[in-house]
Design a protein. Sequence first.
Lengths: 302, 368
Amino acid sequence: MKKCKRLSKCQKRLVLTQYGFILPQLILFVGLTIVPFFVAIPILFTDMSRFNDPQINPVGFRNFTALFTDPSVQRDYLPALQRTVVFVVLNYSTVYIFGLSLALLMYEVGFRGGFFTIVYLPLMVSGLAVGYMAVMLFAKATGTANLLLLQLGLIRKAFDIYSPQGTAFILPLLVGWRYAGYNMAIFLSGLLSISEETIEAAVVDGANYLQRLWRIYFPQMIPSFIIATTMCLIGSFAVFDELVAMGALYVNPEAKLLSILFFTYGFQVERLALGMTLAVETFLPLVVLGIALQRLQRHLQY
Amino acid sequence: MTNWPKFGKPQFSNAHQITLRKRKQALRLFALLVMLLYTVFTLFPFYTLFVRSFVSTKDAAELHLWIPKADEVRLEQEVGNLSVFYNLDLTDMKKALGIPTTDFLMSRTTLREIAEEYNIPEEDIEEYFADFYTFNGWLTLLKGPEFWNALLRTLVITALSLVGIITLSIFTGYGLAGLKRKDQMFIYNIYLLQMVIPSMLILLPQYLLIQWIMRLIPGYDTQGPARWVLQLIGLVLINIKGTALSTMIFTSAIGAIPKDLEDSAMIDGTTHWQYLRHILLPLLKVPIVSLVVIQLPLIYNQFLEPYVYLDPGNTTLLPFIQSTVGQFSTNFQVIYAAIFASVVPLVLIYFMFRRFFVEGALAGAVKG
């Protein structure tokens, strides 16, 4: 009550108007992003099998322990987890192979708008299209890239997008291709924020390029690294459209990553509550990690 | 370059300078080469997609770097094969060749047999099937109204979502800019959660929640325009719920505008609405453009949400393509034509407004 006294009536009304402007979007955001989280909690303890399940029984913690006790779940989950981890690791390395190296190149030779336009172009392509491009380029008998590389004599055997290794390596390559411009922009803006004096001083003192990278560039680009890491981690675990295009929902079991598993549990095989629980068990640690990374980044910026 | 000042910069010998210059030239050459290679790497899939949309399934096992001259359809071809592998529209063919539409053609019937049975000159059949293999994908895709309807729905949803998210985000930014820093950060932190919550985590409960709410509205449970409109509205609402980036862009842009401007406008008797519309909006061109170029590809290329929330007959471009694929899974020519058609509009817009996209990308990267 004391606080209210200090604010004049006019000020109070002003604050109310401000909240009036904030609320429409905030209600939508909270209603569609955070409320579902809490709606889900009671369902995790039931055997709800599909969205209009007429009979829902409580099952205690069975959904949570299924991952460790139910062999049918393990058969689905563990390979999907393995594929996802492989994908995340390889996809994360493309952040550096494409994004960071292109940004460094651009920084050394000066900003080229034309080249930036080209590198950023794949971001206009949908994930679905990227998946179909992967099939188009690397299908075993008909892939254009396969046929071209075979004819040039660069490879002996055609890649096969539907084989375990094929999916594991080709998918990150194309996802990396798509996000190269995005990651380059993140790193480039980090590089451009380094003050030129420190670089000049290092050059004058005789530091070679690698020394400059390690001691001058990278330490000052840590916020960029954190942003790129957060975006890549969250994005890689949620990769979905590309996999659908590669036939993950029906014909191609090698493209069944975790996101596909949760989707099929919810929409196809009537294991809704179980799918939700598995999603929470998988993603909750990631959300915590993401929040920690955000905190770290803000801590470094101020 | 040769005349260094006597102090300040270290003295290099002439030879050293020459090696430095040479090294710089070598670096430039190397960089140029890498850029060239990477450009080829980036553009190759686009080019291949274009070419492959004209390469029929039977020619797909050979390398084609340009649209191939396809064979003519031979008269020994069976109708069944053509309709299964090349989506030949039998009703359309019967109409064009003057075969009664009620007649049933056995799938093993060859084109020559048809010519003999119905007394059709073979030239007519050849003419009907001219370039059938080359344009098969495009003809199948563009034949019916479904593709155009899906494209139209995509454009409408994209436009509505963009207008919606800009309007709501400006409101949010305006509201937040007037708050104390502590309250500002509290609300901004809520929006920051968007960046760390994967869409897959909330998909199932979000779907459940939206279904519950939609069921309360009469007309949703029966197929029909009311249900479709509701579904489209639901999708737009998901798209305009705001992101960390949209909140940050407008809060910082509006926060940077001097408070005196608002005060003097208020003293002159403007309302909040008038101030927003006539004074703030013209000042926010740059952040609006940034948000549009970042959100446009995300909304236009959305697949998961329309796939889940919209009925198959009421869907946007990408889910439509995916369902077309399920139908024609043996005819990849149609798929590549469809994917190419879905990519083209955005690529055109991108090249027309490339300056804004590049600026937006860099501005967005700074803010994360």
